[in-house]
Design a binder for this molecule. Structure first.
Ligand code: SF4
Length: 232
């Protein structure tokens, strides 16, 4: 059943914000809170995963938005071990990558980039002598890793992606896509007739209501057809 609708422009940020608004609203109005959220990569950004995992306790069944994987044969971030306690990565050669190398008398704040990441670097001394340099950082003196501020939530999503429940969710998503296709093709929601966001919302609301009524009628028909057989 469709329990809420929200009209947005076809824009990734707006769509994720609309999803948050609908989840909050449904919780407030109907006391319903999802255990999992199924979606595409648009919902796998760091801030969205952080909101799902940390703020709402909802399991993210979405692919993580990844830009760290390398396709040129050199080591990817996944080849480096993260040590939470030491706040550092360990490279395949066992050398540390840190966000601060100098021990300052007065502790300084850690630099956060505009992309909400913290940069971890190896030392030039270690990399220059390293036999794996050509597979790690062939064009730079040291190796650098940009760690997202939301890495814990991103890691939680990666773990979910390895489960059987995640595979099931991908199949479940296909069933929901069929409903969207029905809305477009049969209920003719492939283009909007009313103008503005309010008009779009009204059309979505009517279409969702029609879709729900259709499904309720179908379920009721199935139940009334099954009942006499169950009674014999
Ligand atoms: S090049 Fe540097 S960071 Fe890369 S594996 Fe060697 S020592 Fe480690």
């Amino acid at each position: 059943m469709i329990v809420d609708v929200e009209a947005t422009a076809a824009h990734r940020t707006e769509e994720t914000e609309a999803t948050k608004a609908m989840i909050e609203r449904v919780e407030e109005r109907h006391d319903l809170k999802p255990q999992r959220l199924i979606g595409d990569t648009a919902y796998g950004t760091g801030p969205m995963l952080e909101w799902l995992v940390e703020d709402k306790g909802i399991e993210p069944h979405v692919p993580v938005w990844e830009k760290t994987r390398r396709d040129d044969g050199t080591f990817s971030v996944s080849d480096f071990q993260w040590d939470e306690q030491a706040n550092e990565y360990r490279c395949p050669q066992g050398e540390p990558l840190r966000c601060q190398w100098r021990a300052f008398g007065n502790p300084r704040g850690i630099n956060v980039t505009g992309a909400d990441t913290i940069i971890y670097r190896s030392t030039q001394a270690a990399c220059t002598a390293c036999p794996m340099k050509s597979r790690c950082c062939p064009n730079t003196p040291t190796r650098k890793i940009a760690r997202s501020l939301y890495e814990k939530s991103r890691e939680a999503a990666r773990k979910v992606a390895d489960t059987a429940a995640y595979k099931q969710s991908r199949n479940d998503r296909k069933k929901v896509e069929v409903l969207f296709a029905h809305l477009k093709r049969i209920l003719k929601l492939d283009r909007l007739r009313l103008r503005g966001r309010r008009g779009a919302r009204d059309e979505f609301l009517l279409a969702a209501t029609a879709q729900n009524l259709r499904r309720m009628a179908k379920r009721w028909m199935q139940m009334t057809m099954i009942e006499p057989i169950g009674a014999t």
